[in-house]
Design a protein around this ligand. Structure first.
Ligand code: 9G3
Length: 573
């Protein structure tokens, strides 16, 4: 490809709306352009990267017996009504009507569609297991699309669905996908970790997310600091260790204390000269059918995913100030569990082992001292409902947990019969008995993987593409396009390398060398071959390796061998 012809609109400045490095660089290096909030055009270089990522995915999916299909984006509402999800999802589900007024959705995922398809085609256990996948745009109307293609409203996903006759079969499919994912992300040149995750609204049991560790990640990953322990979990899911009662101080009498204007944990702790872990934080949540009081220790936070599972509710929101004021008679800063009537109180397991704690007195400007759970308020539900923090013991080996930000690039779910049962999708087993398929679903964010690769592979000059997904392998830069001999030499090498199967750009623009070098670094070509006087007069060619920054001079023959070998070595196979 000639640089004078390819559409790569590089920018000198970073557009203001870009907050994370991958978004900045995708814009500046001319890979994407925004069409609307969370909706992007992939320009030629991005399209080349996406195709490489998809090719790696296809090879690994096909290797495990996956069969590629292409499912519709437009999904009839009837299928979502059958699965019961039409009313579960709110504004995030893009909905539309056809010319006859019939309801449809733009596919955010394809469990319903694929189950409907297989239901009509697979009736016998002999046809199982079945692994069907697609690579397709997905649509989710994110309230706050941001970070470029990391959280878009239209994005490219590979989603595979497995159909087995029983749980054992699902375990086999799940394991196949889990290992295929590890190979895919390794081949894409990513540092990643599979983490235990929460199965969320789609239900099912086991689920793992593949996280690319990067500061722009929206997920919090807790992982064991011990290298030989592979425990890692999304903080939403990480289980807290069972608390052990450590303080056996004498149980003191409940005492009201005047705490004028002290509403927050920090203010009360400071005012009373205690630490936050001596306080009980009381929060009120509303579900679709009840108000509940939730207690966690002052230095902890409520894990709303765990709470939602515990309450088995569809909607969970913090109650408004007014609701709290009406129910307790006090502003939120002074509410506490003592004296609460007619409401379920859920206490985190760490609260249950507190003694002589401080909590709001449900009276403006007052708190209680020496609050003792069980004596001063009933504990009708004790559970692990808090967010586990870094430093806490690893549930599998006890070493301290570390915390990192993670970008979720893949997730694997065991769905069981959640969709097949709801949609009456069954097969005849060996004994002629009708049973629902046992399913799994497995997603990879293709466009998100491209951005994640930049989050992990960039420097102050721009992108540093892993060779395996780079838009091109090599850029040839003649330093002076007016020197006909230089140009001829560059052209000859350019054509030769193309014949060798090397993906090469010839920067034939009439620009100063500095501009070409800056663009080459910004775009992130893995290799750059500079054709200058030394090449012409001495036959010494200057090769620059983007990843290491090293420059070496080689004769032509050695150069071609080195380039081909470097490209092959860097495929992370
Ligand atoms: C929706 C909307 C957003 C959604 C979903 C449904 C996420 C939804 C979970 C999944 C699970 C797996 C197959 C590939 C891998 C992930 N966001 N999920 O179901 F209607 Cl608006 O998509 N699906």
């Amino acid at each position: 490809m000639r640089a004078s012809q390819i559409l790569v609109p590089t920018l000198r400045e970073t557009p203001a709306e870009a907050e994370v490095i991958s978004h900045k660089l995708l814009l500046r290096a001319g890979f994407i352009r925004k069409a609307a909030a969370g909706v992007y055009t992939y320009l030629p270089l991005a399209q080349r990267v996406l195709k490489k990522i998809q090719q790696i995915i296809r090879e690994e999916m096909d290797r495990e017996g996956g069969q590629e299909i292409l499912l519709p984006v437009i999904q009839p509402a009837e299928l979502w009504q059958e699965s019961g999800r039409w009313d579960v999802y709110g504004p995030e589900l893009f909905r539309l009507k056809d010319r006859h007024g019939r309801d449809f959705a733009l596919g955010p995922t394809h469990e319903e569609i694929i189950t409907f398809l297989v239901k009509g085609e697979v009736s016998s256990y002999k046809q199982l297991p079945l692994l069907l996948y697609q690579i397709q745009n997905k649509y989710r109307d994110e309230r706050r699309p941001r970070f470029g293609v990391l959280r878009g409203r239209e994005f490219i996903m590979k989603d595979l669905y497995s159909f087995d006759k029983d749980e054992e079969g699902l375990d086999v499919s799940y394991r196949k996908m889990y290992e295929a994912y590890a190979r895919i992300f390794k081949r894409c040149g990513l540092k990643f970790r599979p983490v235990e995750a929460d199965s969320g609204a789609i239900g099912g049991s086991d689920t793992h997310e593949f996280m690319v560790l990067a500061d722009a990640g929206e997920a919090t990953v807790l992982y064991c600091e011990k290298d030989n322990c592979d425990y890692a979990a999304n903080a939403e899911k990480a289980k807290a260790m069972e608390p052990i009662k450590t303080n056996f101080e004498e149980v003191l009498a409940l005492e009201e204390v005047y705490t004028p204007g002290r509403q927050t944990i920090t203010q009360v702790a400071e005012y009373l000269g205690i630490t936050a872990n001596k306080l009980i934080k009381t929060l009120f949540y509303e579900t679709e059918d009840q108000l509940v009081a939730v207690l966690v220790r002052g230095d902890h936070d409520v894990n709303e995913i765990k709470l939602q599972h515990l309450l088995d509710c569809l909607r969970l929101e913090l109650a408004g100030e007014k609701t709290v004021q009406e129910f307790t008679g006090a502003p939120v800063g002074y509410v506490g569990p003592v004296g609460l009537q007619g409401i379920k109180i859920i206490a985190d397991s760490e609260v249950a082992v507190m003694s002589n704690a401080v909590a709001g007195a449900n009276k403006p400007d007052y708190h209680y001292k020496n609050v003792n759970p069980g004596r001063d308020f009933s504990l009708n539900q004790i559970a692990d409902i808090r967010i586990v923090q870094a430093g806490e013991p690893c549930p599998s080996c006890g070493a301290p947990l570390c915390e990192a930000r993670g970008i979720e690039v893949g997730q694997v779910f065991k769905l069981g019969d959640k969709y097949s049962k709801a949609m009456g999708a069954t097969f005849q087993d060996e004994n002629g008995k009708s049973r629902p398929y046992i399913m799994g679903c497995y997603g990879i964010g293709v466009s998100r993987t491209m951005a994640a690769a930049i989050e992990q592979n960039h420097d102050s000059n721009g992108i540093v593409w892993p060779v395996s997904i780079a838009p091109f392998h090599l850029v040839i830069v003649p330093v002076n396009t007016k020197d006909i001999n230089l140009v001829k030499l560059s052209e000859r090498l350019y054509l030769e390398y193309i014949n060798e199967g090397i993906e090469v750009v010839l920067d034939d623009r009439h620009e100063r060398p500095g501009v070409k070098f800056k663009d080459a670094d910004l775009i992130g070509y893995p290799l750059r071959l500079t054709i200058g006087k030394k090449a012409l007069e001495e036959g010494n060619f200057e090769l620059y390796i983007r990843k290491t920054g090293e420059t070496s001079f080689m004769k032509e023959e050695q150069l071609k061998i080195f380039i081909k070998d470097y490209i092959k070595r860097e495929q992370n196979i």
